[in-house]
Design a protein around this ligand. Structure first.
Ligand SMILES: CC(C)(COP(=O)(O)OP(=O)(O)OC[C@H]1O[C@@H](n2cnc3c(N)ncnc32)[C@H](O)[C@@H]1OP(=O)(O)O)[C@@H](O)C(=O)NCCC(=O)NCCS
Length: 194
């Protein structure tokens, strides 16, 4: 009997703890639908309505048309699908964009997976796409997200006061940004670390 060929993983960007790869509806739809409907996850995001499989399926179908967004699946190096990370609102004239991320598998929070994914995403954004500045923003209570952005070198650029309504009250939005030249020392240090 012929030995079955082992499936080779699709890898677009490789980090120390994660790989980033294109999304695949057939394998990823169930998990992303579960994640964005999880109130412990979506409290940090802009979604607040229930998302049906149908709607999520349309999101996957429309991905190739989204020319200003590049969205990746985050897999552990062992091949477990744990989240999403993207470069959004790419402006090719000003050479700016914003980044967004969600680790839907909560047991992976706070263990360095987000930082690893963000550093290889920034490498791609600055050194391949030739972007100049990347921005991000977090809701003030999202200390983990603020911390991991700062860890990657982002600087706080401002605060939008009482911008979001969550958990029964209004919260500030913290605006962050990073230029390539500010990020390079963080990247050098990161590459040297274990
Ligand atoms: C935000 C997110 C992508 C970060 O990824 P992560 O793998 O959890 O982050 P990391 O472990 O790489 O870094 C987290 C940092 O916050 C710190 N941290 C962890 N939990 C914390 C907490 N409860 N309060 C404050 N800091 C915390 C960690 O010590 C680490 O900082 P350090 O590297 O300086 O030690 C991930 O937690 C997530 O998806 N959360 C839910 C959705 C979300 O918030 N998305 C972002 C919306 S802006």
């Amino acid at each position: 009997m012929k030995e079955e060929k082992k499936k080779q993983p699709v890898i677009f960007l490789k980090g120390k703890k994660v790989i980033l790869r294109p999304l695949r509806k057939e394998t990823d739809l169930e998990q992303t639908t579960r994640w964005i409907n999880d109130p412990e996850v979506n409290v940090f995001l802009s979604m607040f309505l229930p998302i049906t499989h149908q709607e999520e399926s349309e999101f996957f179908d429309n991905l190739p048309k989204r020319k200003e967004d590049i969205i990746f699946a985050i897999d552990t190096r062992d091949g477990e699908f744990i989240g999403l990370m993207g470069i959004h609102r790419i402006n090719w004239k000003d050479r700016t964009a914003i980044t967004g991320a969600v680790l839907g598998e909560k047991k992976y929070w706070g263990k360095g997976y987000g930082t690893d994914a963000k550093m290889i995403l920034l490498d791609y954004a600055f050194n391949t796409l030739n972007l100049r500045k990347i921005c991000s923003s977090v809701i003030a209570f999202n200390k983990r997200s603020l911390q991991y952005n700062l860890h990657c070198g982002y600087k706080v650029e401002g605060v939008r006061r009482k911008q979001f309504f969550r958990k029964g009250k209004y919260w500030d939005e913290i605006e962050l940004g990073i230029f390539k030249n500010e990020w390079l020392p963080y990247w050098k240090k990161y590459q040297k670390s274990k």
